[in-house]
Design a protein. Structure first.
Length: 639
């Protein structure tokens, strides 16, 4: 089993035979009422009454106290008669709120919900006012923030700080209306100690000093949802890739990163050819330490990417294609609520695949598509697998990450591929360009997208019927569709059989393997191996070795699954080191879960987690704690 993208634990109706179900046996499903689809249950904001249109931040990073402190001045557009503005807040310490003239405004922090945090309601004076200024600071354990001490950075020169807002965590460091349906522009002044460089998802417009500190000023004049406001600070260096692309990273990795991501300009050009101009000016990449809880995050103008993708052979750069594609699907046209996340992620995976195909050819694109499809089938077949519907109502007390699964990503992309199969690529590409263009800088629901498919993409009833639109979106099963296949993976079939029949690993010609072929080969090996067989695999393929072809983090992940399955003592130090140095959820949570099914594994996991915890992000800590707690409440499957 390979991990699902975000490894959510969902209570879902699981249909293991989904892939084989025919259209006539599928439950007919229709679109839910509009009100159920436009309402963002995860935000307290009442934007029709009073809406934040701009935020001006003036913040200081206190690395010693792990606190962000300062002011957020919000520009508000209010309906006639509006008496207050409602914001989202999660754990902020609000010190005071003032109007344009510096007079205090009354405010109330509402009751705390574990998922949404609290409302922050500010009384608006009767006189027309343009701004309310909130003086506040964050808690040291704010979920959007990670503060890494300098010892845990690559060059160990300066501490490192970064934010991760998606889905609903921006409210843990900025008081605002934290809904993907509410867009705002922003500017910021960020004060940091000398020697530290701050970067944001915005244009840097100035740099100066204030006392002993350095101040960086930023401007984002394009309206974005709050989850895309991002800030990082540390010992950062910049290397240009092209006139409009480049890499920010720790000095010790910046050159390696620039070379790994050398194709970035080509990716932007390919994306523009496919779906229209790149509208954000620069496309830079910030390399985050391995504790970054995700592989990548599409912060506008400055994609955040985990250093775990720096494989040395550019084999994991489809992640950059993915985050770049979000510049259209996600950042330009945004999912209206988190129940619509497949619109962001599914469309992006489809778009990513098209970029990969242009740059690296059909064989590579097919291989990635096929591996992803296999992941989807595996996760749907799991006992606690994801809800198979692209859209379903989310409850207010349900974490929006519950809607994040292989379904949103892989089934979402497969739906668009299905549509392109029905109408042909030319028509589909024109349709998608039109969607991005007509809805630029707006947030849209699933219903609006599907209506456009129904009325503008489909030419006639026959096409509409073959699209199975409502079934793809709302039925708890996947309509019949062409399953992806891969020449590069099929090439491994005979090797797989040979190995399954006991051939020596060294007899396989792995010279020209792509990292993803390694992933596939390791996935196909029998789960039970003797200690001698594990040693033979490692000896032949360098699976535990540093700087080998198989030290690629995705390949090593597959190897470590086999190590855990066989309690391979001699590889446990490598496993422990992986868990302690990497904090990317997708790469570590499945290993903890697997470890937690045995008693030796639980003990091992507990020890590794204790060592790893100081370097983990709050989201990863929460994920591991949940995984281990759930495992303890279930019966172990073996000693
Ligand atoms: N936007 C997502 C990351 C995300 C989604 C963070 C929802 C928080 C909530 C990003 O674009 C993404 O999908 N990242 C993937 C990599 C990608 C290649 C599939 C990841 O981090 O694994
Ligand atoms: Zn994404």
């Amino acid at each position: 089993m390979r991990a699902s993208f975000f490894f959510c634990v969902c209570v879902a109706f699981v249909c293991a035979s989904c892939a084989t179900m025919t259209a006539s046996t599928m439950p007919m499903t229709e679109e839910p009422p509009e009100a159920a689809m436009t309402n963002d249950v995860h935000s307290y904001a009442l934007p029709d009454v009073a809406r934040v249109t701009h935020v001006s931040l003036d913040l200081r990073l206190d690395f010693a106290a792990r606190v962000v402190a300062g002011t957020a001045a919000l520009t508000i557009e209010r309906a006639a008669g509006a008496t207050d503005v409602v914001l989202d807040d999660r754990g902020l310490v609000i010190e005071g709120v003032t109007d344009d003239d510096g007079h205090d405004l009354a405010f109330v922090v509402g009751p705390v919900s574990a998922v949404r945090g609290s409302s922050l309601t500010i009384a608006l004076p009767a006189s027309p006012l343009s701004k309310v200024t909130i003086r506040y600071r964050t808690r040291p354990d704010a979920e959007a923030l990670q503060w890494l001490p300098r010892e845990l950075t690559a060059s160990k020169q300066q501490p490192f700080f970064f934010t991760q807002g998606q889905a609903i965590l921006t409210r843990t460091w900025i008081p605002l209306q934290d809904s993907p349906g509410i867009r705002l522009t922003y500017d910021a002044r960020i004060r940091v100690p000398q020697g530290i460089t701050a970067v944001m998802s915005a244009e840097r417009v100035d740099e100066g000093t204030a006392g002993d500190d350095v101040v960086f000023a930023f401007d984002m004049p394009q309206a974005i949802p709050g989850y895309l406001i991002a800030l990082a600070a540390g010992d950062l260096k910049f290397t240009a890739i092209s006139a409009r692309t480049g890499v920010w990273a720790d000095a010790t990795v910046v050159d390696a990163a620039a070379s790994e991501f050398a194709d970035t300009e080509k990716m932007v050009a390919a994306a523009e050819e496919l779906y229209g101009p790149y509208r954000w000016g620069r496309f830079d990449i910030l390399v985050l330490p391995p504790s970054f809880p995700f592989g990548g995050m599409e912060n506008p103008r400055l994609t955040f990417a985990s250093s775990t993708v720096l494989a040395g052979d550019r084999s994991l750069v489809s992640l950059i294609a993915h985050e770049l594609a979000h510049s259209w699907s996600g950042n330009l046209v945004t999912n209206a609520t988190w129940a619509d996340i497949w619109l962001n992620e599914g469309t992006t995976v489809y778009f990513e695949d098209r970029i990969v195909e242009r740059l690296y050819g059909t064989d590579v694109a097919e291989m990635l598509r096929t591996l992803a499809w296999q992941d989807l089938l595996r996760s749907l077949a799991e006992k606690d697998g994801p809800d198979p519907r692209l859209w379903r109502a989310l409850a207010a007390e349900e974490d929006p990450d519950e809607a994040l699964s292989d379904v949103a990503y892989i089934k979402g992309a497969a739906f668009l591929r299905h549509l392109d199969g029905v109408v042909g690529r030319d028509r589909f590409d024109a349709f998608l360009s039109g969607w991005f263009n007509d809805n630029a800088f707006s947030s849209r629901t699933t219903a609006v997208f599907l209506e456009r498919v129904r009325t503008q993409l489909a030419k006639n009833d026959d096409e509409r019927a073959r699209m199975h639109i409502d079934d793809w979106a709302y039925a708890p099963s996947t309509p019949p569709t062409t399953q992806p296949t891969s020449k590069l993976l099929a090439q491994l079939d005979s090797d797989v059989v040979k190995l399954q029949n006991g051939a020596a690993p060294s007899s396989v010609d792995t010279q020209s393997f792509h990292a993803m072929q390694w992933v596939h080969l390791l996935q196909q090996l029998p789960r039970t191996q003797t200690a001698a067989q594990m040693k033979a695999l490692d000896d032949a393929w360098g699976l535990n070795a540093d700087h080998s072809k198989t030290s690629n983090n995705e390949v090593r992940f597959e190897w470590l699954r086999l190590v855990i399955a066989n309690h391979d003592e001699r590889s446990l130090p490598v496993l422990e080191n992986y868990l302690v140095t990497i904090g990317r959820r997708k790469l570590v949570l499945p290993l903890y879960e697997q470890l937690a099914t045995t008693s030796w594994g639980r003990e091992f996991a507990g020890r590794a987690f204790e060592r790893a915890r100081p370097g983990y992000h709050p989201l990863t800590i929460a994920g591991v704690e949940q995984t281990l707690a759930e495992a303890l409440s279930e019966k172990p499957t073996s000693p």
